[in-house]
Design a protein around this ligand. Structure first.
Ligand code: UDP
Ligand code: MG
Length: 155
C-alpha cells in the first residue's frame, strides 16, 4: 500500500456556492491528511499549464473561462492510495452521471461546473502539485489521530 499525495482543487463554483467547508469536511472525515492549502485565482497561463492535455479540445475555451472566473481553493492531500481514493470520492466528470454519495453526484448537475478537481494518476499528481505548491508550502506532520485511521501495515 503506497502513501500518495494528490492535488485537489475546489473550483470557482464550489467557492461561490459556499461549499468549501462541506467539501473540506468530507476529505477530513475520510482520514486524508491536508499537507497543503491555499486560496488563489487561476490565471489563463496557469489554466493552460494545468489543463495541458485539454488545451486543444473544443471545450477548453469555456473551461478556461470557468476556472479563471473566481477564486479556487487548492489542497494537497496525503494518504494511502490517495489518488484513487479522491477520484472515487469525486465521482465521474459529469455530475448528472455521478452517483449519489460522491461529491459531483451530491452537489452538481453539470459536466463543466463539477466542483472539484483531483489528479488522475501519481504522475499527474506530481506534476500538478508542483504547479500549485512550492516545496516549502507543503507541511510534513504526524496527526495525533493517525493511529486510529489505519493499521501500521497500511501506511
Ligand atoms: N470539462 C468540460 N467539458 C467537457 C469535459 C470536461 O467543461 O466536455 C471540464 C470539467 O470541468 C472537467 C475538466 O474539464 O472536470 C477536465 O476534464 P477531464 O476529462 O480531465 O475530467 P475530470 O478528470 O475532472 O473528471
Ligand atoms: Mg482529468
Amino acid at each position: 500500500m503506497a502513501t500518495e499525495r494528490t492535488l485537489v482543487l475546489f473550483k470557482p463554483d464550489a467557492v461561490q456556492r459556499r461549499l468549501v467547508g462541506e467539501l473540506y469536511s468530507r476529505f477530513e472525515r475520510k482520514g486524508l491528511k491536508v499537507v497543503g492549502l491555499k486560496l488563489l485565482k487561476v490565471t489563463p497561463e496557469l489554466s493552460k499549464q494545468h489543463y495541458a492535455e485539454h488545451v486543444s479540445k473544443p471545450f477548453y475555451p469555456m473551461l478556461e473561462e470557468f476556472i479563471t472566473s473566481g477564486p479556487i481553493v487548492a489542497l494537497c492531500l496525503e494518504g494511502p492510495e490517495a489518488v484513487s481514493v479522491v477520484r472515487g470520492m469525486m465521482g465521474p466528470t459529469n455530475g448528472r452521471a455521478a452517483a449519489p454519495g460522491t461529491i459531483r453526484g451530491d452537489f452538481g448537475v453539470s459536466r463543466q461546473m463539477n466542483l472539484v478537481h483531483g489528479s488522475d494518476s501519481t504522475d499527474a499528481s506530481a506534476r500538478e502539485i508542483a504547479i500549485y505548491f512550492k516545496p516549502e508550502e507543503l507541511v510534513s506532520y504526524e496527526p495525533t489521530l493517525s493511529g486510529w485511521v489505519c493499521a501500521s501495515d497500511e501506511k
